[in-house]
Structure formats: structure tokens, C-alpha cells
Ligand binder design. Structure first.
Ligand code: PEP
Length: 245
């Protein structure tokens, strides 16, 4: 049985007050044993988060890391640095990074390598745009994203998040059947690359997950939890999503 994983992606939101509220809440609420919870606040809050969340069992992750290990790369943060301040995970290749910051599949491959080298578990985001879905290109787009990002990757230290771009922050969610179809395709793809890892790897769904749709999505055969954006900023809502797992 795969452990359910729920990851909060705060994006460019939140502050110390929200960290305190969230940590206080989860200090008193028991997270079920079968669920792992990870919070990815903006990088400047990670150190504070490491202290505040320590008693809760919630793990921490970065929202991005550099494809370089060190050097003259002003403004960048390395995987090793994230690991050094207490992170266990890092989100790589989020569609906002791909679209707004022009991250290519090749850059993303470099980041995956750095993350694994830095002892972090990368959460690789893949997903198609609405135009690609309407052109029946879902499978080829996602295969290409997987093939290029995961060259030489360690499949035993990896999470994949299927995030249809048209569902992120839009209030439109993939139906459980649509999501399951893609998740199965991803697991089948992993089975060809790393047969031993296919049944172990956690594949998360992301895209307008809320308290009221989380349970049906998470109970699909190949959906092992969620990557949560907007709803992860609301303590009650995020708590309900964790409990739906
Ligand atoms: C995300 O940013 O990864 C995401 C899934 O956002 P939202 O839940 O707001 O759609």
C-alpha cells in the first residue's frame, strides 16, 4: 500500500502569522498515520517553519531549487541549502515556473539531479494545457516532460505530480476519471523505466483540489494524494483535505 501524501504549495503567499496559525492547529490535530503532510512556504519562511512545525510531524519542502550546485548565480537557492535548513522535498517544474520563468524540460532535468544529489525528494510537476488536451496531445506532452526531466533519475526518491495546467487556480478540476487515466499512464511509463519502482512511486494530483473533491480524487487507484495550491492557505480547508486522504 502506498502512503498518501498531501503537499501544500503556498506559492508567493503567506507570512509568519499564517505559519504560526497552521503550526498551532496541527500541533493539536492528529494527522492520521497513513498520511504524510508537507508544507512548501516561500523560501524565506522555511527556517522559521522548521522550528514551528517540528512538533507536528509535518515535513517541509522548497518550491524550487537551482539546477546549479553553487557558484555565481545571484538570487538562486540550491537543493543542498534547502536540505541543510530542514527540507525533505522540493517542487520542480511547476507549470508557473515553466510558463512564467521559462523553465525548459532540460533545466528541470538539472534541478531533479541537484535535488536528488542534495538528498531531497523532488516532486516533478507535469501536465498539459487546455489546448493540448483539446488537441488530444495529453499523453505525448506528458511523456515528453517525463522523458526529458527524468533522464538518469532515481525513481526510488521521486514523487510525480500530475497538474493539468487548465485546472491550476481556475476552480476547474479534472474529473476523477480524467485524472486516474493520466495517473495510470504515468505509472505504466514508470514501470517501463524502473519496474521495481512503479508500484511504490507516489503520483499526486494537483489542480483546484478542495475539501469537497479531495476524497473522490484521492481514492482513485493510481492517485496517491495531492499537491494543493489555493486551498492550502486556509487552515480549516487544508486540514479537511488532509483528513480526506
Ligand atoms: C498548484 O499550484 O500546484 C495548484 C494545484 O494550485 P491550486 O490548488 O490553487 O489549483
Amino acid at each position: 500500500m502506498r502512503q498518501t501524501l498531501v503537499i501544500a504549495n503556498w506559492k508567493l503567499n503567506g507570512n509568519t502569522a499564517l505559519l504560526k496559525t497552521m503550526a498551532e492547529h496541527f500541533h493539536h490535530v492528529d494527522i492520521q498515520e497513513q498520511v504524510d503532510v508537507v508544507i512548501c512556504p516561500p523560501a524565506v519562511y522555511l527556517k522559521t517553519a522548521a522550528v514551528l512545525f517540528e512538533p507536528t510531524g509535518i515535513k517541509l519542502g522548497g518550491q524550487n531549487c537551482s539546477e546549479h550546485g553553487s557558484g555565481a548565480f545571484t538570487g538562486e537557492i540550491s537543493a543542498e541549502m534547502l536540505s541543510d535548513i530542514g527540507c525533505s522535498y522540493v517542487i520542480i517544474g511547476h507549470s508557473e515556473r515553466r510558463a512564467i520563468f521559462a523553465e525548459s524540460n532540460e533545466m528541470i532535468a538539472g534541478k531533479i539531479k541537484q535535488a536528488q544529489k542534495g538528498k531531497l525528494c523532488p516532486v516533478l510537476c507535469v501536465g498539459e494545457t487546455l489546448a493540448e488536451r483539446e488537441a488530444n496531445d495529453v499523453e505525448s506532452v506528458i511523456r515528453e516532460q517525463l522523458e526529458t526531466a527524468l533522464v538518469d533519475a532515481d525513481f526510488d526518491n521521486l514523487v510525480i505530480a500530475y497538474e493539468p495546467v487548465w485546472a491550476i487556480g481556475t476552480g476547474k478540476t479534472a474529473t476523477p476519471e480524467q485524472a486516474q487515466e493520466v495517473h495510470k499512464m504515468i505509472r505504466d511509463w514508470v514501470a517501463k523505466k524502473a519496474p521495481e519502482s512503479a508500484q511504490k512511486i507516489q503520483i499526486l494530483y494537483g489542480g483546484s483540489v478542495k475539501a469537497d473533491n479531495a476524497s473522490t480524487l484521492f481514492h482513485q487507484a493510481d492517485i496517491d494524494g495531492g499537491l494543493i495550491g489555493g486551498a492550502s492557505l486556509d487552515t480549516e480547508q487544508f486540514d479537511a483535505i488532509c483528513k480526506a486522504a
